[in-house]
Design a binder for this molecule. Sequence first.
Ligand code: GAL
Ligand code: MN
Length: 168
Amino acid sequence: MHRMEMISNFSQQRFLREVDYLVCVDVDMKFSDHVGVEILSPLFGTLHPIFFRAARESFTYERRPQSQAYIPTDEGDFYYAGGFFGGSVAEVLRLTSACHQAMVIDQANGIEALWHDESHLNRYLLYHKPTKVLSPEYLWDEQILQRPPFLKRLRYVAVPKNHAEIRH
Ligand code: GAL
Ligand code: MN
């Protein structure tokens, strides 16, 4: 939940002066093929590996209007993964500040979005369209989805873990 706040703070304090782009990724993953400058764009997100062929009604957006991450069932184009996004430092600063502020409001109202920071990322990217959308090659989970033949390359993959043990 704190990644948005941390990235926002460090962007303001350092990254704006130090680098051109930020790539924000989960740590419980490993690189298993090429990931290079082809991903860079002012604002980019990645299609979640479970939902890239699904209808938007089935996306696991936050559906309670009380949350700042709320998206109605007749809106939304993609379900983005929380574990791989980025862009120019200025754009990532805007995104992470907005998501952090939304989470602070939710917390004050005693509500936490279904998929935490990922729900807020999805709401932000719906109303601030990314300039590039990466395929699920950039965030895959072989434990859940195996290795389908149409995916020629798996570039960044989840390290197997016991989801139930970690979440509950
Ligand atoms: C799961 C994933 C979660 C979240 C969820 C969204 O597969 O482990 O982190 O992204 O999908 O429905
Ligand atoms: Mn993860």
